[in-house]
Design a protein around this ligand. Structure first.
Ligand code: ADP
Length: 670
């Protein structure tokens, strides 16, 4: 920048010196000429000496430098009074001391550099402005995605696909006010003779000329011939007629089609104007463009090109009004850029309020218990660049909104927005709100139904189990019947266990995080208790339970009963899905922000494809040679996941078939 500036100063000094030299030289010639003529013109007939010459050059350099640094207005404020004083001094010196102060030369050497340097500054600003305009127009060009020609072509294709057209012609209105066809499409094989074709052409041109003259759509329809019609539509952009579209319907022309065609013509006219402007020379192609009227006109054209690009870009914002979701766009400084109709409606904003509102003001309208500090959400989005998502429940209206805040990133330079793999920078926020009340209501209804059913099933199952066991006490029943009764008792026991786990999972799913009653819990104690409890069943399978706990673990805030159930389910699974004479290791680890419980076994392992699925309700892994009917319900891990997530932790699994599994979960530290 500094170098650039010093280069500018250098050019100004050079220009000032050259201007001064030329001015002095001109005066010398004028003086010489006057002396030669021997006239008594009142010019300074004395030639300059070396010192005066040097002084004048220095004066020009000083003036040039100051003009480069300050505005011409400021310079003239001083230069004019100095010129007046110099005039008085020159007059006095000539009259009383017969000394020539070279008034005219000094004035020229002072004012001409001001003029030249100022002109140079204007020229630089003008070129920069033009460059920026061209840049802006060509940046838009990249955004357009397709060239104007291609757009005209695809537009004609669309027309032909939508309407039963036998002919489409696009005329351009050229400089001499004549219609020149620039695009033509015909459908079907025409067997008309040459004369007929010429007549038809003349007819279509005449129709187009009428449309041009009246600046309105002209329709010639023939109701009898299967509603065929010929239509000429003027292409008008910003009040200027740029061409005409001629279409021929061979059947089924309806009045409503006219509106569609007219809207299409609006777009076609824009494309036309764009093509026209792009075909012109760029305004700053040559250095003298500054002085060219043609170039100035092209610059006006460029601004109207930019206007048309901006208009097309505004369509995308308008289009979002038609989406079901409520949207708002906010710049990184928190100013709201756009709110769609649905958002205005949801936030109950009137036009005045929208004007005064900023991002936080808008989010204030959607505060709930889980979204009580919008600024924290915004901060997280800014820090991580990841979307923030939450479900907001409004009790008063019994409405649930799905909120998403995203950080929109834009390409850092002027590359196409359609391109991927480019470096991006945060540009703005997108806030989306979706009304999911109906979905939530539905989910709740389903879950309520399921809970109710399981509740209702409990009593009959208990009876079945109770009576089966009662009959089993009878010594007289046959061996075969005893076996059947055993099956009834075991299966009802399994069913009852399944129901109670299912109810626990459903209850947890429905409860809010805050509803879990948390107390300070020592995780190592919980693990110890579970291991103690499980020793019996492990021994039955000759499995060694190894406990590796850390006594220095800080307590966590949790529902002890639930955590115990989660650990117990993991240990139970490890025993269940391991062969005899293996070991299961249960350990607790202290991590930066979490405590982790790990249950590791040397059992059957789980296929990679099942790692995600095992956490779903009722999902069971099928293994060769393993009885599926045993204790398994497919609910154990879904309960673990639900419990851990309610406590703000995450569950993980690492496992390989035949090698064993490593289940773990984290819980946040207090
Ligand atoms: P289940 O009541 O069937 O144990 P879970 O939800 O606890 O239901 O487990 C789902 C499935 O994941 C089980 O069918 C089992 O095959 C598999 N699984 C769970 N834990 C282990 C483990 N430690 N080793 C191997 N497989 C396991």
């Amino acid at each position: 920048m500094e170098i650039f500036r010093s280069k500018r100063v250098f050019v100004s000094l050079l220009l000032s010196a050259i201007t001064a030299l030329l001015a002095i030289l001109s005066w010398e010639i004028i003086v010489g000429f006057a002396v030669y003529l021997g006239s008594y013109l009142n010019v300074e007939k004395v030639s300059l000496n070396a010192w005066s010459f040097l002084a004048m050059i220095l004066l020009a350099l000083a003036v040039g430098f100051l003009t480069e640094k300050f505005s011409v207005k400021r310079i003239l404020k001083f230069a004019v009074p100095i010129a007046v004083i110099w005039a008085i001094l020159s007059f006095a010196a000539a009259k009383y001391f017969s000394v020539n102060l070279f008034f005219m030369r000094v004035i020229s050497v002072m004012f001409l550099p001001i003029f030249v340097v100022h002109l140079k500054k204007l020229w630089l600003i003008d070129s920069e402005l033009t460059e920026k305009l061209v840049d802006l127009a060509s940046a838009g060009h990249i955004l357009e995605g397709k060239s104007a020609d291609l757009r005209i072509e695809s537009g004609l294709k669309l027309l032909e696909t939508v309407f039963p057209l036998s002919e489409t012609i696009v005329f351009r209105l050229d400089e001499y006010e004549g219609l020149t066809p620039i695009g033509r499409a015909r459908n079907g094989n025409s067997i008309d003779s040459l004369v007929e074709r010429q007549n038809a052409w003349r007819e279509s041109v005449a129709l187009c000329e009428r449309a041009l003259e009246s600046r309105q759509t002209v329709i010639e329809s023939d109701e009898n011939k299967a509603k065929s019609a010929q239509i000429a539509l003027p292409l008008i952009y910003e009040g200027v007629c740029v061409g005409v579209l001629f279409v021929k319907f061979h059947r089924d022309f309806e009045r409503a089609d006219q509106n569609v065609l007219e809207s299409f013509c609006g777009q076609l006219a824009r494309n036309f104007q764009r093509k026209e402007l792009r075909s012109k020379d760029l305004p700053n192609k040559f250095w003298w463009s500054f002085l060219s009227t043609n170039s100035a006109e092209n610059r006006i054209g460029t601004t109207s090109l930019i206007k048309s690009l901006m208009k097309e870009q505004s369509f995308s914002a308008l289009a979002s009004s038609y989406l079901k979701e409520a949207h708002a766009i906010a710049y990184l400084d928190g100013t709201l850029a756009y709110l769609n109709r649905q958002m205005r409606h949801l936030a109950k904003l009137n036009p005045q309020e929208i004007y005064e509102l900023d991002l936080f003001g808008l989010l204030e309208n959607f505060k709930t218990e889980v979204f009580s500090e919008p600024h924290l959400a915004i901060r997280r989005v800014l820090q991580t660049g990841e979307n923030y998502q939450n479900e907001l429940y409004f009790q008063k209206k019994n409405r649930t909104l799905d909120l998403q805040i995203s950080l929109v990133k834009a390409p850092s330079d002027d590359v196409s927005i359609h391109e991927t793999n480019v470096t991006t920078k945060p540009a703005c926020f997108l806030i989306t709100l979706r009304d999911i009340s109906a979905v939530k209501e539905n989910e709740k209804l389903r879950s309520d139904m399921a809970s109710l059913m399981s509740h209702e099933l409990r009593t009959p199952i208990t009876s079945i189990k109770g009576f089966a066991e009662l009959i089993l006490m009878d010594e007289t029943i046959s061996e075969e019947n005893r076996e059947f009764l055993m099956i009834i008792a075991n299966e009802s026991q399994r069913l009852s266990k399944m129901l109670s786990t299912f109810l626990s999972v459903s209850n947890l799913e429905q409860s809010d995080k805050k509803e879990v009653s948390k107390t300070a819990v020592k995780l190592d104690t919980v693990v110890h208790e579970v291991v103690d409890e499980m020793q019996e069943s492990a021994k039955r399978k000759r499995i060694r339970l190894v406990e590796q706990t850390n006594d220095n673990l800080p307590p966590i805030a949790a529902d002890k009963g639930l955590i115990r159930r989660a650990v117990s389910n993991l240990v139970d699974n490890a025993i269940k899905y391991s062969p005899e004479r293996t070991s299961v290791m249960i350990s607790t680890v202290l991590e930066a922000d979490f405590l982790r419980v790990v249950v590791e076994d040397r059992g059957y392992g789980i296929d990679r494809n099942d790692h995600e699925k095992i956490w779903q309700k009722f999902y069971r892994v099928v293994r060769d040679g393993q009885d599926k009917e045993d204790e398994s319900t497919g609910l154990g891990l879904s309960l673990v996941k639900e419990v851990i997530e309610q406590h703000g932790g995450v569950c993980e699994v690492e496992s390989e078939v035949g090698q064993g599994s490593r289940f773990s979960f984290t819980l946040p530290r207090l």
